[in-house]
Ligand binder design. Sequence first.
Ligand SMILES: [Zn+2]
Length: 261
Amino acid sequence: MPLIDTHVHLDVSEFAADRDQALARARAAGVAAQVVPAITRAHWQGLAQLVAGHRDLFPAYGLHPVYLESHAEADVEALDAWLAEHPAVAVGEIGLDGYVDDIASGAAWERQWRLFTAQLDVALNHRLPVIIHARRALDHVLKALRQRPGLTGIIHSFSGSRQQADQALGQGCCLGFGGPVTYPRANRLRKLVAGLPDEALVLETDAPDQPSVHHRGERNEPSFLPEIAACVAELRGVPVAKVAEQTAANARRILALPDVA
Ligand SMILES: [Zn+2]
């Protein structure tokens, strides 16, 4: 029952001490492929080196909206040049964050919008899908996508309404679900996951962040992905094997992943 983790920050320092062991645990747990989205330009080189040593790791390169302070204007052009020379399955992690106060309004918000939309155009230019962070900013993200027909990808840690989900699906996107769906009080999210069409869902851990209810307060890691699959299966009332198969197929389709499993 191979699973695909479509969002795991395996390159960050939280995994510096035991990255190989975390990888081994994930493989032993049935995680057949992992997509690692970058955070800042300073991460790209290390990420390229990390994935070069592992056939089941796939990189996305981009500028994460929450780390706005770390990005220079020239980084978007640098991303365009980087993607011409380095294989990637997506542009990411990119997006808009309306939750972090410092960047949710005024000039910082304008700058988020410019960086995000410029990176969407980089993705179109390279015919790549996108991996999107959309926190309290989903309508803005959907608007930017609508302006670019043909651009698809994954809206990671999706937490919108069914109507917003349908707009994203209409664009051809998939929706990523992870730790938050495992919390019994996440009623709205759990109801959404229960009712979405099979081709909408992909799984993710977002490790080291967003641990499931079983690992509250711990560092999250990709070996915990089967717990997400089990939760999604329970919510949808189907066997976990079906969730594994369908979400892996969706991930392969949306990111054009090779058949690694
Ligand atoms: Zn992320």
